[in-house]
Ligand binder design. Structure first.
Ligand code: COA
Length: 290
């Protein structure tokens, strides 16, 4: 799944080929569709990388595939690392420093999501998503902080737009992503004097991603023509934004949320005629899951 990059990115993108030469990026969720392509762009433009995931085979295979994009690139894939566990992240950071020398950039991208209305969303389900998305993002920066401080690094959190308004069946992720935005803003202020920058990227509807497969609006609802730019986003759109935010061109940019959604969220949701019937059925189920 996902639209991946190839060597042509180096010549057709707006970026200088070696812009990240000698730099190292640490990416949670790096085998997933969006964070994989963020990593690909960084590696194609000169960086080495570590990608972190829970699935060992998927993470290791993806790392090899990304590594093959640029001769001389080093990409480490570390599976069986859960961002909910700060100690397993710290081990991944130590391994990265041992193998690649340092960490300059961090992408906190690991996320969990599913559509579920409040009535059927258990307390444990809510906690799982908050723990992966919000606590996991905190843990990622916590484990990398020493390196970020030493190298005057930069952080990108992968956020969302769905907490800008009320999106049904996304209360858990909306709460988590709102927390991530708040975390990033606070870190931008705390870390500014250290020379560390912190920003969020908020993707909209990105084609070919796990998020779209899990969360696409019901097929009865046409939505692409409701996106002001009249197309879905691509993983390359997110990669380009990532390169920009880590590049020297963004050296004065911190504490921002970069929305990459073709202005979709300004339309105010995609439920259209399906609302409120779409929530009525869920609300009326007499059995509330605790
Ligand atoms: N709808 C409602 N509840 C769900 C659910 C769904 N689709 N999927 C899981 N849950 C609930 C479980 O029932 C459980 O609650 P319970 O103990 O009260 O029954 C709780 O969530 C935790 O489930 P578990 O499978 O133990 O969680 P996990 O921590 O292993 O997995 C998830 C985390 C649930 C977020 C899982 O979807 C996941 O691992 N996702 C990773 C990939 C991903 O979501 N990517 C999204 C990119 S946008």
């Amino acid at each position: 799944m996902g639209n991946t990059l190839d060597q042509s990115y180096v010549t057709r993108s707006a970026w200088k080929p070696d812009i990240f030469k000698g730099k190292v990026v640490f990416v949670t969720g790096g085998a997933g569709s969006i964070c994989r392509v963020q990593t690909e762009a960084m590696v194609l433009l000169g960086a080495n990388a570590t990608i972190i995931g829970r699935n060992v085979a998927k993470t290791e295979t993806t790392a090899k595939e990304i590594e093959s994009l640029r001769p001389g690139a080093k990409v480490i894939g570390l599976g069986n690392v859960d961002v909910r566990d700060v100690n397993s992240l710290k081990k991944a950071v130590d391994h990265t420093v041992e193998q690649l020398g340092k960490i300059d950039y961090v992408i906190a991208g690991a996320a969990g999501n599913f559509l579920c209305d409040f009535n059927h969303l258990s307390s444990n389900a809510f906690k799982s998503v908050i723990s992966i998305d919000l606590l996991g993002s905190f843990n990622t920066v916590k484990a990398c902080f020493e390196q970020l401080r030493k190298n005057k690094g930069a952080i990108i959190f992968v956020s969302a737009t769905l907490h800008y308004y009320g999106v049904p069946f996304q209360s858990h992720v909306g709460a988590a992503k709102a927390g991530i935005d708040a975390l990033s803003n606070a870190l931008a202020v705390e870390f500014g004097p250290l020379g560390i920058r912190s920003n969020c990227i908020a993707p909209g509807a990105i084609d070919g991603t796990e998020g779209m497969a899990r969360l696409a609006p019901p097929s009865a609802t046409p939505f692409v023509n409701k996106i002001p730019l009249q197309r879905m986003g691509t993983t390359e759109d997110i990669a380009d934004n990532t390169v920009y935010l880590f590049s020297p061109a963004a050296s004065y940019i911190t504490g921002t949320i970069s929305v990459v959604d073709g202005a979709w969220w300004h339309i105010g949701g995609v439920m259209g005629d399906l609302y409120p019937s779409i929530v009525e059925q869920a609300n009326n189920d007499p059995e509330t899951k605790l």
